[in-house]
Design a binder for this molecule. Sequence first.
Ligand code: C5P
Length: 297
Amino acid sequence: MKSVFVSAPAKVNLALRVGARRPDGYHDLDTVFEAVDIFDDLQADLAPDLRLEISGLGENLPVDESNLVIKAAHLLQKATNTQQGAHIKVHKRIPVAGGMAGGSADAAAALLALNTLWDLELPDSRLTELAGELGSDVPFALLGGIARGTSRGEQLVSIKPGTLHGWVFLTSATGLSTPEVFHCFDEMFPAAGNPPATTQLCQALTGSDLSAIAQEMVNDLAAPAAALRTDIADICAELAEFPGKTILSGSGPTIAIFCAAEAAESLAQEMQEKFPSRTALAAIGPVTGAHIRRVEK
Ligand code: C5P
């Protein structure tokens, strides 16, 4: 029985500039993504029907049509007119509803795995198009590295990074709904226009000066997310005295601390003691996007 094994990374937004709500309900963004080395693993086995199992952090997630992995499989079946099926197992390490695009990573992993499992031979450009139909962050989960995202976040331009970065993620056991955070943004900023440009950050990222990068990091969803979750404001207030740069990851509630790559592990230990209500994860970035690790016949 043929099997394909894929891993796909979590992301953090070094900048997330948000514009006004569009007629289609989405917001125009100017954002900078970085893929970090926290991976979800996906195994797809050839089978007559479509089935999904989840282990790790996402044990209670739905495994029906509402899951992005099943949506990805159906989209691929429809786009290529194939009736083939798969039994898919996802092992999750990326926090669920944490602002780190775990669901998008799984969707990207499913597209890549099934393209090979079903011998579809779709080019990367077509997989990226399908990824954009599944969600705004899915194309980046395929691409990886560092990239500037515009429109809904799905129009990507890669940035060649000047150096590796370290991260400590303070993850929460309770997630936050992205649509709710955007809705709260609309209420707080009814006069939002075009999103401010991230040009200076993109420039700084081609170099190795971490303080120049940190200076340009900003997340427009920080205020609405903190309005919905008091723990975000509390932790950020405590971290304000800390010399490192702290930023909300995506729509939260994960809080990300930016540091030198070699400092991440010891900083994570320190942060775990300081914030016992959260789980501190050390990571480095940028790393590769969704990739095939193994194929078995
Ligand atoms: O694209 P995705 O399905 O991941 O987006 C989830 C939700 O986040 C959307 O339904 C929308 O409420 C919000 N969103 C937005 N503007 C974006 C991306 C997401 O308003 N650019």
